[in-house]
Design a protein around this ligand. Structure first.
Ligand code: FMN
Ligand code: ADP
Length: 286
């Protein structure tokens, strides 16, 4: 929950994203804007936020939210009831114009409330959206994750690729991405792969469970590919993933993509990648 003034290098938003990831739930941003006309302008902010891991945004005109200059407790309670929220991350100053009590919001709504002061920036350079974006595009997903508090996530639908992966011994789920995704720079990454639909299961894999993955982002130079693709190979499992909406969380880059002279060299490199991914993920908190 915030008002428009905190968009951008936003400690509050990222705290919300990190808490949602911890709980394994979607992060919905409730944005308070002074007038319905400004709700149109915040579409741009929505694009930025989608790239930073916010799953959905609700825009609430101030006149509807409260006459007192902020969210009041009953408005929040009403929204929480509609959204089935399990936790709220909010700026105390946004609760009834700073005159409200975050703890009272918690009591009223019955959900956990985390008050985060968005102005408490100890390292402003590391908390700006520009810094995170720059690190992601440079392939430094570890620095981006450290700044935000959770790994960068890219969501997409699994589509057909060139049909080569299985033959190489490394099937990859090619992702069709939303137009506002922030795709890290080219690289082979260690990360996590999750099928979003919790009711899905196939070949021993289940929706809502995260699996270790080696994720390739490149133009596949060995095959003189022209399209840049995002392709996770999920370790140690096999399932039909076509058509599923999936998320990939980027933990660390293990290598930059290369143009190999033979398929055998590419396969040997992929085998090493998978072992390196295991080593990286073994040490991070599951
Ligand atoms: C762990 C891993 C590492 C990869 N490294 C490279 C690479 O260095 N160079 C390259 O041209 N392609 C690389 N790729 C991409 C493969 O070329 C691609 O996944 C393969 O051609 C299958 O494509 P398809 O899914 O469209 O069939 C890598 C893929 C994975 C999963
Ligand atoms: N461990 C795995 N990781 C990724 N995809 C897998 C895995 N096991 C099976 N698959 C399936 O194989 C497909 C990828 O096979 P691949 O030969 O690379 O074809 P394509 O070129 O269409 O991606 C995925 O879309 C998925 O449905």
């Amino acid at each position: 929950m915030c008002d428009g003034s905190q968009l951008g290098g936003d400690r509050l938003v990222w705290s919300g994203v990190a808490e949602a990831r911890r709980l394994g739930v979607a992060c919905v941003l409730l944005l308070l804007v002074p007038s319905p006309a400004e709700a149109v302008a915040v579409e741009d902010a929505g694009r930025l936020l989608a790239g930073l891991g916010v799953d959905a945004m609700c825009v609430q005109p101030l006149a509807v939210a409260s006459a007192r200059g902020g969210w009041d407790e009953s408005t929040v309670a009403g929204l929480v009831a509609k959204l089935p929220a399990v936790a709220l991350v909010l700026d105390p100053a946004a609760v009834a114009g700073g005159g409200g009590d975050p703890a009272a919001v918690g009591r009223r709504t019955g959900v956990a409330v985390h008050a985060v002061d968005p102005s408490g920036r100890r390292q402003p350079d590391r908390l700006s959206a520009a810094y995170v974006r720059e690190r992601l595009l440079a392939g430094d997903v570890a620095a981006a994750a450290e700044a935000v508090g959770c790994p960068h996530r890219v969501t997409g639908v699994v589509v057909h690729g060139e049909g080569r992966g299985n033959g190489l011994g490394f099937p990859t789920a090619n992702l069709a991405l939303g137009e506002h995704s922030v795709v890290p720079g080219d690289g082979i990454y260690a990360g996590w792969f999750t099928v979003v639909d919790r009711s899905w299961s196939d070949g021993g894999m289940a929706g809502g469970v995260r699996y270790p993955a080696a994720i390739s982002i490149s133009r596949n130079p060995t095959f003189a590919g022209r399209r840049r693709t995002v392709e996770p190979h999920v370790l140690d499992v096999s399932a039909n993933l076509y058509g599923q909406t999936v998320t990939t969380d980027f933990v660390e880059r293990v290598r930059v993509p290369e143009r190999f002279d033979s398929i055998e060299e590419l396969i040997a490199a992929m085998q090493r990648d998978v072992e390196n991914v295991r080593l990286v993920l073994r040490d991070v908190n599951r």
